[in-house]
Design a protein around this ligand. Structure first.
Ligand code: ATP
Length: 460
């Protein structure tokens, strides 16, 4: 099996485009930086990842509640949360060619402990100390301006925005604010016993200085977030448990343990008790964050209580307090990319032919079954199509009638389809089809009347 270190991101990007997983947004107009579209195979894979996350973070926990909050929120929300003031990355500009760099990321690359939450003076002294080691990625010069905070919030307008007095609305810089805002609603509607969780999958927008590394750093992306509301001071044990749970979710998703690790934060924001990232070992750029796990104490609810003037206390059998929060925030684009990187491989077969395979676990495969008539003629196509229609009631299937059967098998392998059914001349005679397994490439004959049960068992 090919290791991630031996895979090339460039190959994966062109594979994603060729096979209808991911396209550049507005490509015919030369695209727009940091924005991507999911194609027919991509949207299915993304949906399967989301469904698996939702099952484990909502359905399988009896005290977890799912929501879907509006993109637009009262602008006061982003003031209260600190985003209008402090949601920024430290940016510096090359004095020679004006290219902008993210100073914390450049410092990290050369082994310094830096992150975007460091005070400006601190990051600048570290930047100054290392100025000989950091080159402009475009022109190679080592002559930068000082690092300045660059706000990432994306602004928009609603209503009569031609009025001078109208204030902007903001696109969410993170999806999780919608959860804090609905905490009181959930408590009122469902009276959950503490501890309880609220989960959401939502879009986030960030005006990233330099979007790069394909789906890894984009300006529009989706996050899958859970806020776990706990009693005060019960954070240490719950943080530890949450870390373990989230790590094992990635293993169940199919990512191998050797490609996953934790990175605990050294520089914590003032309210955070603990924070860690789960990182994945991407080809070319190595271990990078796919999820953040934060022990946020009662910070979020206390700022919203103060700014909204509403009582957000939880009443625990007469004892009132603001719940503390353990937050998990996963980037779906990054996890999607990790999944493709993990399962993409090229093989040389016994006959010397090369095949590309996406060896996805069946629950993630965009299409579960490809139905293939051996020939278009002699009624084979029509009979095969009937099977396709019947199976499509329960499974996501494709119907492929063009090219040699070998080529069609390869096409199915490339997009990760676990089973191919071929309807041939013997099928007419014996009322059976050939079922071919993607990974072993073994074939067996199965009666058409037994297909449904057979596949249900295989695709469990
Ligand atoms: P980074 O340090 O890489 O900028 P972050 O620490 O700002 O990330 P968080 O604010 O903790 O990220 O967001 C939670 C998750 O959202 C991240 O773990 C990541 O998976 C995802 N995410 C954040 N920014 C982006 C982005 N620009 N593009 C794609 N996914 C992102």
């Amino acid at each position: 099996m090919l290791k991630n270190e031996d895979k090339k991101m460039e190959e994966i990007i062109s594979f994603c485009k060729e096979k209808g997983f991911v396209y550049r947004s507005s490509e015919i107009y030369d695209g727009i930086s940091g924005c991507y579209d999911y194609g027919p195979n991509g949207v299915e894979l993304l949906k399967n990842i989301k469904d698996f996350w939702w099952r484990e973070n909502v359905y399988k926990k009896n005290n977890f509640y799912g929501i879907d909050s509006a993109i637009f929120k009262n602008p006061k929300v982003w003031e209260a949360s600190g985003h209008t003031e402090g949601f920024s990355d430290p940016m510096a500009e090359c004095k020679n060619c004006n290219t902008r760099i993210r100073v914390d990321k450049e410092l990290e690359k050369i082994g310094e402990e830096a992150d975007e939450k460091m005070p400006e003076s601190e990051i600048n002294s570290l930047f100054e100390k290392n100025k000989e080691k950091i080159k402009c990625p475009k022109c190679g010069e080592k002559n930068f301006s000082k690092a300045k905070a660059f706000n990432l919030l994306v602004k928009s307008n609603l209503g009569d925005f031609t009025e001078k007095s109208s204030s902007p609305v903001y696109l969410p810089g993170e999806a999780s604010q919608g959860i804090y805002l609905n905490y009181k609603n959930i408590v009122q509607s469902f009276s959950p016993k503490i501890p309880f969780g609220i989960s959401q999958i939502g879009k986030a927008f960030r005006n990233e200085i330099s979007p790069r590394n394909f789906l890894f750093r984009t300006r529009e992306f989706e996050q899958a977030d859970t806020q776990f509301f706990i009693a005060p001071n019960e954070n240490v044990e719950n943080f530890k448990k949450t870390k373990e749970e989230r790590f094992s979710w990635y293993k169940k998703l199919g990512l191998s343990e050797k490609n996953l690790k934790f990175k605990d934060h050294q520089n914590l924001v003032f309210y955070a008790a603990e924070a860690t990232d789960i990182e994945y070992n991407f080809p070319d750029f190595g271990f990078e964050e796919i999820e953040g796990i934060h022990d946020r104490t009662d910070y979020d609810l206390s700022v919203h209580q103060k700014n909204s003037g509403k009582d957000l206390n939880y009443n625990n059998d007469g004892e009132k307090f603001l719940p503390w929060i353990i937050e998990t925030s996963m980037g779906l684009g990054r996890v999607f990319l990790a999944v493709i990187c993990e399962f993409y491989r090229e093989e040389i077969l016994e006959d010397g032919e090369k095949r590309r395979v996406l060896s996805l676990p069946v629950f993630l495969a965009p299409t579960k079954i490809a139905v293939l008539p051996l020939m278009k003629k002699d009624g084979l196509k029509e009979e095969a199509f009937k099977i396709f229609q019947k199976l499509s009631e329960n499974f996501v299937c494709s119907f492929d009638e063009t090219g040699s059967i070998g080529k069609r098998y390869r096409r199915a392998d490339e997009v990760g389809t676990p089973y191919c059914l071929t309807y041939d001349y013997d099928s007419k005679e014996n009322q059976d089809v050939t079922v071919r397994d993607r990974d072993s490439m073994k074939q067996e004959r199965i009666k058409i009347s037994e297909l449904e049960n057979y596949l249900t068992e295989k695709l469990k």
